[in-house]
Design a protein around this ligand. Structure first.
Ligand SMILES: C[S@@+](CC[C@H](N)C(=O)[O-])C[C@H]1O[C@@H](n2cnc3c(N)ncnc32)[C@H](O)[C@@H]1O
Length: 230
């Protein structure tokens, strides 16, 4: 066994015994550090086939006010504001929100961006017609994901819509240990602390069971595009 293997294994042991709240905070620290390395906004939309579908679904549902949950540096918030939606973006990283604000002001778009942990959101019940979440639930263990889904439900108006993409993640290189619910927690230098889980369809059906309807299909090589109506 090499020295690196020993370190990884002892980290794994240590991590496996940590309370979930500590693991949760370490994931937040990972994102804060990751975003702090980005100094200027990357002002391009990602190459994702389903971007226009998000606006179509919002329009079909008559949505006007939209929350972009875990907005990162703001590409989806910017895209939706360009289409005329009233957008609020929220992310735990202050630097991600700085970048998002910079991008929005470069385009003279009025978007309200907030820094907050998704488990501590202070938005009033029924404040949004829609909540969108791209590649964010993957960074929560099931228990916290359920709390977040319930919060999304509360923040939506009756008849409101949730649109999310759940990536086909995991299986790539990297050292990690596994939480009881199957969530991976990375221990390698590049992603230390980051939680990552790949959702199975039955897990998503369970998460969104309080919604009236849930539809989903596969996009971009196995990610799940999901639309749920309150
Ligand atoms: C994979 S990125 C996706 C960002 C963006 N939605 C996109 O599509 O590019 C995950 C985002 O979730 C944010 N995040 C992670 N944990 C969070 C938490 N507890 N509360 C709020 N945001 C969180 C990260 O800062 C990061 O911006």
């Amino acid at each position: 066994m090499t020295k690196a293997d020993e370190i990884t294994n002892s980290e794994r042991q240590e991590g496996a015994g940590l309370p979930l709240e500590v693991v949760y905070q370490e994931n937040i620290s990972f994102w804060e550090k990751a975003w702090n390395m980005c100094k200027v906004p990357y002002t391009q939309l990602p190459d994702l086939s389903y971007i226009p579908r998000i606006a179509d679904e919002l329009n079909k549902n008559g949505a006007k006010k939209v929350l972009d949950l875990g907005c990162g540096s703001g590409w989806l918030a910017v895209y939706l504001a360009r289409q005329g939606f009233e957008v609020v973006g929220v992310d735990v990283s202050a630097q991600a929100i700085n970048l998002a604000n910079t991008w929005a002001s470069q385009e003279d778009l009025k978007i309200s961006f907030d820094v907050a942990d998704a488990s501590q959101l202070q938005y009033q019940a029924g404040s949004f017609d829609a909540v969108v979440a791209n590649s964010i639930f993957e960074h929560f263990p099931i228990k916290q994901a359920q709390q977040l889904t319930d919060k999304v439900n509360t923040m939506l108006k009756d008849g409101g819509i949730f649109i999310g993409c759940f990536d086909k993640v995991g299986g790539g290189p990297g050292e990690y240990y596994t939480l009881e619910d199957g969530t991976h927690v990375y221990t390698d230098k590049a992603r230390k602390g980051m939680m990552l889980r790949r959702y199975e369809l039955d897990e998503l059906q369970d998460l969104f069971k309080a919604f009236k309807t849930m539809e989903n299909d596969e996009v971009d090589g196995g990610s799940i595009f999901l639309v749920a109506n309150k």
